[in-house]
Design a protein around this ligand. Structure first.
Ligand code: NAP
Length: 305
């Protein structure tokens, strides 16, 4: 990799959930900038196909490794692969995500909700019949978006600490995480109390959420009512980002809302392209030394939590 005519050390990156969507495009953009990227996917065939599509574009430094963020054995196997092949890691992009709902896609499309209504949360009454939160999907969503990120990060931290250029962790979040969207002031304060926050407190919040979901008391509990599980999964992910940033001051650790992007995750309701959506994650992955840490980015700009 050459910067201002000087050869800079090779950088190694991992992107999770990278067989499609924003993850695949993040791999493409990082590899185009000279980073050696491990493209990971839970499904081997989908991952290998995605990797070959990048090889065909000339991005031959991209390598594939299987990773299911729900499976500790798969995570350990990835960590071993990186240690044996590269000896360290410079960039981790936690991108894999789940929506936490069951959707009737045809009926959702027929509603033809415009992006402004969707993003503001005003669509909440329109979608009641077509987007359903089930307990099973909620557990899967929290397990992927919060606990999955924690598992992968904890397994790769020893390799990130060996980075010679300064490690970067990028947690792909969502505007649904924003504290102003949470109805309970107490919960907002809890999630914003960076001095006392830790993993135990975040787990307790998620346990409380699942309890309220089971008891049909999300409204009384003050949770977001628009995509409630997804929202709290990303709000706790942001809080975890801040906990980590405080704990590892030698790294740059941030979370980023990629924008409202046309992907499978939102049933292709988003107007932005994946090229536009990957810009924020790529910017956070390549921040210069001394850059921001413990921040939330709305696409490519720092924003309030
Ligand atoms: N699109 C948007 O407008 C938007 C807005 C805000 C935030 N985001 C965030 O952006 C990230 C990427 O989403 P996307 O929009 O690009 O959606 P996408 O195209 O549906 O990609 C999601 C990726 O996550 C993977 N994944 C799900 N569960 C996994 C697991 N257990 N282990 C490993 N990988 C897993 C999927 O793999 P499979 O193909 O095997 O299912 C897929 O590769 C997510 O974190 C999402 O929350 C997206």
């Amino acid at each position: 990799m050459e910067v201002n005519g000087k050869q800079s050390p090779e950088k190694y990156a991992v992107v999770t959930g990278a067989n499609k969507g924003i993850g695949l495009e993040t791999v493409r953009q990082l590899a185009s900038q000279g980073v050696t990227v491990v493209l990971t996917a839970r499904d081997e065939k989908r991952g290998i196909d995605a990797t070959s599509s990048l090889h065909k574009m000339g991005l031959t430094s991209v390598v594939f490794h299987q990773l299911d963020v729900l499976d500790p054995i798969s995570i350990e196997s990835l960590a071993n692969f990186i240690r044996d092949r590269f000896g360290r890691l410079d960039i981790l992009v936690n991108n894999a995500g789940a929506s936490g709902v069951v959707v009737d896609e045809a009926r959702l499309r027929a509603l033809n909700i415009d992006p402004e209504t969707w993003l503001s949360g005003k669509a909440i009454n329109m979608i009641q019949e077509v987007i359903k939160t089930t307990y099973e999907k909620a557990e899967e969503c929290l397990n992927t978006n919060y606990f999955g990120v924690r598992r992968v990060t904890e397994a790769l931290l020893p390799l990130l600490q060996l980075s010679t250029s300064g490690a970067r962790i990028v947690n792909v979040s969502s505007l649904r995480s924003e504290l102003r969207r949470i109805r309970s002031e107490e919960l907002r304060n809890e999630l914003n109390d960076i001095e006392t926050l830790n993993e135990e407190k975040l787990e307790a919040i998620l346990k409380r959420f699942l309890h309220d979901l089971k008891e049909h008391r999300l409204e009384a509990g003050g949770w977001s009512l628009m995509l409630p599980t997804y929202s709290i999964s990303k709000a706790t992910l942001n809080a975890y980002t801040r906990v980590l940033a405080k704990r590892y001051p030698n790294m740059l650790i941030n979370c980023v809302h990629p924008g409202y992007v046309n992907t499978d995750l939102n049933w292709h309701t988003g107007p932005m392209t994946v090229e536009e959506g990957a810009r924020g994650p790529v910017k956070c992955a390549l921040l210069p030394n001394g850059g921001p840490t413990g921040y939330y980015y709305d696409q490519t700009e720092v924003a309030g939590f």
